[in-house]
Ligand binder design. Sequence first.
Ligand code: 5RP
Length: 215
Amino acid sequence: MNDTDKEAAARKALRYVKSGMTVGLGTGSTSAFFIRLLGEKNKRKNLGLKCIATSVTSERLATELGLSLVSFEQINQIDVAVDGADVIFGKLLIKGLGGGAIAREKAVDYRAKKFIVIADKSKVKDKFAGTVPVEAIPFCSEAVRRELLFMGAERAEFRMQEGGKFITDNKNHMVDAYFPEIKNAKRLERELNNIPGVLENGIFTRNCKVILGGV
Ligand code: 5RP
């Protein structure tokens, strides 16, 4: 993990942003580099960008930088979304460890005409496996946690923060479920979302362009 490499990846992604575009802003430390660079470029070149943020944190940062924020009500399309990832295996991703923003990220990233993933090369793995965040409504999040174990997760634990369970921007809980091997990513992505009470999970299977820093 290396900030220079994260920033390098973010800088490379800038070239996909053109004047007047609507840009999806990801969440996490790599996305934060991108948002800062985008804010500078937007100001310097007067690009007139519109941005849709995937978390309250990214929205705040973008606002501080003078980027213009929009909601789905105000736009018909997202031209490009740029977001980070925790595990990259080919074009398969696991997201959600660095910010817990998977529901809004998937809502934006899957709808963008182009989805760009930026990361340092430590995120590239030689098998598709790891901790998959699952966002569940608090009413039944303990039942969801048990069902994840039944579905083959080796461990399933509530994400914690100071004072108790981690609460997402959507006011839900996050269960981090460890899968030692994911053979069929699309199927697991679908099956996790079929658990009653689950809002979204961190497996992303949509076609994307991966841009790595430090290679
Ligand atoms: C947040 C995410 C992040 O993009 C992912 O966790 C990578 O974070 P970082 O860039 O800090 O390593 O999916 O929901």
